[in-house]
Design a protein around this ligand. Structure first.
Ligand code: PBG
Length: 328
């Protein structure tokens, strides 16, 4: 009798295939990143990320209503401020763009969870994720770690005060989760969770986002704080640190090129894991599909499922609305 096992037996029809499918993707797994800009009536498509927009707060609210109606549980907010400076004032000021957008969303789309990205790079004049000084990094110049922590903590608290349901630090400074946790606890936000971009790599896949957020560093790059693509063990170390500092959810970013990191983290950590399918991953798929070289919907669903299979509970993705429509 050959062969004893015929795996094809269980692939004979869609019902059987569905019954034995190990991993599923649901709308409840998705978070949609959105970009808020000053003004009114603004709905400006991002050239490098077709189908994604920069919205003024009024338009963001309208779009968020559609997002919520699709069954997407949460959005992740980014802001592009009126003006930028060395202290990233726009990041932590009470009437900052993310704070305004958060207040509006909590008031007008109350079913939606509002997550906020906590970073300074969209708000600094130089585009780095912290305070830049010639004295940093042993006098070689760069981003000052501990001074930056104060501003990050201030930013996170201002988001919580505006009503954010969760804060997500993406700066990659050392000790930022502890600093943010302490500041939130001291101001009465003990129940605000932190989803930390724990293993965030210095990646070319962020290219389209930087056009969207106008956050390309004016000099140098982010490899002095974001992780080196060659490092897997170090990612576990970064995640252990963030967990020990009080992170509630640990994130790997980007997703597709780092699924090994995600799978290793799944084996190692009991907390929920998130993965960020970043701008470049999105734009590559959309661009190839527009050329007629791949089937956009198919590749979208296949890549999202792969991210789930590798171990993510939560996927941050610009495909969220499109995927949610298919999953309905
Ligand atoms: C801010 C931040 C970035 C992204 C998320 N938060 C940009 C960066 O680190 O340069 C990238 C998201 C994307 O590419 O979709 N630090």
């Amino acid at each position: 009798m050959f062969p004893t096992h015929r795996p094809r037996r269980l692939r004979q029809n869609p019902v059987l295939r569905s019954m034995v499918r190990e991993t599923r993707l649901g709308r409840e797994n998705l978070v949609f990143p959105m970009f808020a800009v000053p003004g009114k009536g603004v709905r400006q498509e991002i050239g490098s990320m077709p189908g994604n927009y920069r919205f003024s707060v009024d338009q963001l609210v309208e779009e968020a209503k559609r997002v919520a109606a699709l069954g997407i549980p949460a959005v992740l907010l980014f802001g592009i401020p009126e003006s930028k400076d060395e202290q990233a004032t726009g990041a932590w000021t009470e009437d900052g763009i993310v704070q305004q957008a958060t207040r509006a969303l909590k008031k007008q789309v109350s079913s939606l969870q509002v997550f906020t990205d906590v970073c300074l790079c969209e708000y600094t004049s130089h585009g780095h994720c912290g305070i830049v000084s010639p004295e940093a990094c042993g006098g070689r110049g760069g981003v000052l770690n501990d001074e930056t922590l104060e501003l990050l903590a201030k930013t996170a608290v201002s988001h919580a005060q505006a009503g954010a349901d969760l804060v997500a630090p993406s700066d990659m400074m050392d000790g930022r989760v502890a600093a943010i946790r302490e500041a939130l606890d001291e101001t009465g936000f003990v129940d605000t969770p932190i989803m930390s971009y724990a293993a965030k790599y210095a990646s070319g896949f962020y290219g389209p986002f930087r056009e969207a957020a106008e956050s390309t560093p004016q000099f140098g790059d982010r490899s002095g704080y974001q992780m080196d693509a060659g490092n897997g063990r170090e990612a576990m170390f970064e995640m252990e640190l963030d967990f020990a500092e009080g992170a509630d959810i640990l994130m790997v970013k980007p997703a597709l090129a780092y699924l090994d990191i995600l799978a290793a983290a799944r084996d190692r950590f009991e907390v929920p894991l998130a993965a960020y399918q970043v701008s470049g991953e999105y734009s590559m798929i959309v661009a190839a599909a527009r050329q007629g070289w791949i089937d956009e919907e198919r590749i979208m669903m296949e890549s999202l499922l792969a991210i789930r299979r590798a171990g993510a509970d939560i996927i941050l993705t610009y495909f969220a609305p499109q995927a949610a429509k298919l999953l309905k």
